[in-house]
Design a protein around this ligand. Structure first.
Ligand code: SAH
Length: 460
């Protein structure tokens, strides 16, 4: 019934002027006050738009033809950009991308955290925002008897079948995926089929360490057996003799989660090394590792600056992964405690401490929201806490533990501004004051944005 109120009809073609941009990167235009969201539309532009969805309060459209283009519009270098679901911002200038991301952060600081006056600095961007990723993770499909590798089309699980390169991945990773695809096709290895839950090869993952040139190939299979394994390894290592590690990961489940729990090293080492600044890190297949090495340095430097740790300080690094931030903190602190849920990552963190001659860092496997209250009960009162949670943000029990521990400072590293703002509100109510927020562009060309924020405890 309510749909009848909308001033547009499905499949109708309209002329729209875009006034605004959503944080997903969609242009927003209005017809009689009714907002229509259109991917690839830019503010100031006038365009013909086909209405494709009509909801009660807003609709969606498809850009047909631009009548008046924005000066910020650029030609996307990627051939499959308009089909692929990977990037959302290649059609806008890099300056506009950074401005949009800063506005998104400002917006949630006001609307979600109710922090009207907190400084949100201009986004720290990349000099060259292309080919920055150190990890390519790509689904495998089949077409006309050939394996194909490509990202999913927007809002679907259809693999783009004509993607030959991804311009945000580093070139070596890109080429290694192509080598696996070609060799596996020649050997007759089948692709996994989501619909029937049959076939073998699900994903190809390549990690390249920019600091050491180590590479790791991970072949995710549905089956325990990897057909033609010996021949596949032979041909791959002939093509890339410097390969350090080839891993088979078995994922038998009907799931969108890419990797299964079981990994088997089928060639070389079961890890690679990377270096950031003066520290070296061992990385296992299932351990988290930042995907943009250039900006990781920028992010970590900012986090360390905000943490401002001195030789008498005790520090907690929650959601510590393989201990990257922890070990930089440990170089300055009296003692650092790290907590992380993935056991392999904690094994890596312990080895990484040894590898770098660091003896004042202690790592614990567990859910941060359980371990932090336990530490509080043990009487641990850190001077500084660093948190770097996944997209869903911090658990309430963890936020409460931070409030109970009452550190001088909290540094909150976040890959999701909405959950960051939600959690800042809780910490503010618990006696902390947000000093500043620094967005960092870790995911150029996409609509994701990373932030580091500094909170101080209010002195009573
Ligand atoms: N600070 C690290 C890792 C950040 S990513 C770095 O910069 O590399 C977030 C990490 O949190 C991941 O390693 C993930 O495995 C871990 N994690 C997710 N949920 C968790 C939980 N409930 N408790 C502890 N760690 C968790």
């Amino acid at each position: 019934m309510a749909k009848q109120n909308a001033p547009v009809k499905k499949n109708e073609t309209i002329t729209l002027t875009f006034e605004d941009l959503t944080h997903e990167g969609n242009g927003v235009g209005k017809i009689a006050g009714y907002p229509i969201f259109v991917p690839n539309g830019l503010p100031g532009e006038e365009a013909d738009v086909k209405v494709i969805k009509v909801n009660k309060r807003f609709g969606y459209g498809k850009l047909l033809n631009i009548k008046k283009a924005s000066p910020e519009r650029v030609t996307p270098p990627c051939d499959v950009y308009y089909k692929c679901g990977g990037c959302q911002l290649q059609h806008m200038s890099y300056d506009m991308q950074l401005e949009m991301k800063r506005n998104q952060v400002k917006n949630v600081m006001q609307k979600v955290a109710h922090l009207e006056s907190v400084p949100v600095h201009p986004v720290l961007g990349m000099e060259d925002p292309w080919r920055y990723r150190n990890k390519i993770q790509i689904p495998v499909g089949e077409k006309d008897g050939e394996l194909i590798t490509g990202f999913y089309q927007q809002r679907s699980h259809r693999i783009i079948d004509d993607m030959d390169t991804c311009v945000i991945q580093n070139e070596l990773g890109d080429r290694m995926v192509e080598a696996v695809r070609r060799i596996a096709t020649d050997l007759g290895i089948e692709a996994y089929d989501e619909n029937t839950h049959r076939g073998v090869l699900r994903h190809i993952i390549v990690r390249t360490a920019f600091g050491t040139n180590d590479t790791m190939i991970i072949l995710v299979t549905r089956t325990e057996k990897l057909p033609h394994q010996t021949e596949l390894i032979k041909q791959l290592t002939e093509t890339y003799p410097a390969s350090k590690s080839i891993i088979q990961n078995v994922n038998k489940e009907k799931t969108n989660v890419i990797m299964g729990k079981k990994s088997r090293t089928i060639y070389g080492e079961d890890y690679i090394y990377d270096a950031i600044g003066d520290l070296k890190f061992k990385i296992s297949p299932r351990s988290f590792y930042q995907v943009n090495p250039t900006q990781t340095k920028v992010l970590y430097n900012k986090a360390l600056e905000y943490a401002s740790v001195g030789p008498n300080d005790v520090v907690i690094d929650a959601y510590c992964g393989i201990g990257t931030i922890s070990l930089f903190l440990a170089q300055k602190a009296q003692k650092v405690y790290g907590v992380e849920i993935v056991p392999e990552a904690i094994d890596d963190a312990k080895i990484n401490a040894k590898l770098n001659g660091i003896t004042n860092a202690e790592f614990v496997v567990g859910e941060a929201e359980k371990v932090m209250p336990w530490w509080t009960a043990q009487g641990l009162r850190p001077d500084v806490i660093v948190v770097d949670p996944p997209r869903k943000g911090c658990d309430e029990a963890l936020l409460q533990a931070m409030i109970d521990m009452a550190p001088k400072r909290i540094v909150y590293v976040s890959c999701n501004p909405s959950t960051l703002a939600r959690d800042l509100r809780i910490l503010e109510d618990g006696g902390f004051k947000t000093q500043e927020v620094q967005p960092v562009d870790m995911f150029s060309q996409t609509n994701h944005v990373e932030c580091v924020s500094l909170l101080q405890r209010e002195t009573i």
